[in-house]
Design a protein around this ligand. Structure first.
Ligand code: PEP
Length: 267
């Protein structure tokens, strides 16, 4: 059975002592669950101290970004190579990176390849803007983002990638409109179909697909109950220990609900 993945993206919030306090609070509340994987993505600066603090049975770490080259004259950047002993995951292609830092399809593709090269699992964010959705371009945008990001990978490598569907219009810091579970379901099915068409059914079955966009402890169940939703990427609510631990609890409850059928696939 796949483990449900709950990722907290703290963005550019919390200094070292605030981050340490949040981890302490989360550790008090979150239990060890074999079938739930809880991933924290703090700022780059706090990854090192948190790597010493966290209970590794409860948490894994992710970076929010890294540079696509492994080393060299790239002032101000940190490479995937430098992060490989610190993190299990790196978020790649987040909409804030695409919009504010002009990361284009080629950069995202090269970052996904750099993550895989350095044995870090990329969490590839894809999703359409409100304008693109209104113009009926959602499928085309998702197709282009997925095709291009995975284009340098083998079938086996693709199956290890995590894809997070994050419609830009649903992210709390943009417009924060709540996506309906039905809308999310359609996108998740489409994303998995793209992977199947390009890399075969084995990769499509194995790849983990998450949802992200204004998720909190009150509404997370509606998304996690969608068939084929392997977890959530949480921004704002991950900074609140009540909400984030509530999300993990809810994920456990959904996973263990009597009517939930397992797909029998190992992650
Ligand atoms: C995000 O930034 O990836 C995100 C999903 O944010 P929020 O949960 O705050 O909408």
């Amino acid at each position: 059975m796949k483990r449900t993945l709950i990722v907290g993206n703290w963005k550019m919030n919390l200094d070292t002592s605030q981050a340490s306090l949040l981890v302490h609070r989360l550790e008090e509340r979150i239990k060890i669950h074999q079938d739930i994987e809880v991933v924290l993505a703090p700022s780059l600066l706090t990854l090192q101290p948190l790597s010493l603090q966290i209970d590794r049975r409860k948490f894994r770490l992710a970076a929010q970004n890294a540079y696509l080259k492994d080393e060299g004259a790239f002032t101000g950047e940190v490479s995937f190579t430098m992060l490989r002993d610190l993190v299990h995951y790196v978020i790649v292609g987040h909409s804030e990176r695409r919009l504010y830092f002009h990361e284009d399809l080629d950069m995202v593709r090269d970052k996904v390849a750099a993550a895989i090269r350095n044995e870090i699992t990329p969490i590839l964010c894809v999703g359409e803007t409100q304008v693109e959705r209104r113009a009926g371009e959602t499928k085309q945008v998702l197709h282009d983002q997925i095709m291009s990001a995975l284009s340098n990978l083998t079938d086996q490598e693709v199956s290890e990638v995590v894809i997070a569907y994050e419609p830009v219009w649903a992210i709390s810091t943009f417009s924060g409109i709540l996506a309906k579970p039905d809308e999310v379901k359609q996108a998740l099915v489409f994303i998995r179909k793209q992977v199947e068409d390009l890399y075969g059914s084995r990769a499509a079955k194995k790849i983990r697909v998450l949802y992200g966009g204004s998720v909190d402890d009150q509404i997370v169940g509606g998304y996690l109950e969608i068939e084929g939703c392997d977890g959530v990427l949480v921004g704002g609510a991950s900074l609140n220990y009540h909400k984030f631990s509530g999300i993990v609890e809810k994920a456990y409850a959904v996973k263990h609900a009597p009517e939930k059928e397992s797909d029998g696939e190992d992650s």
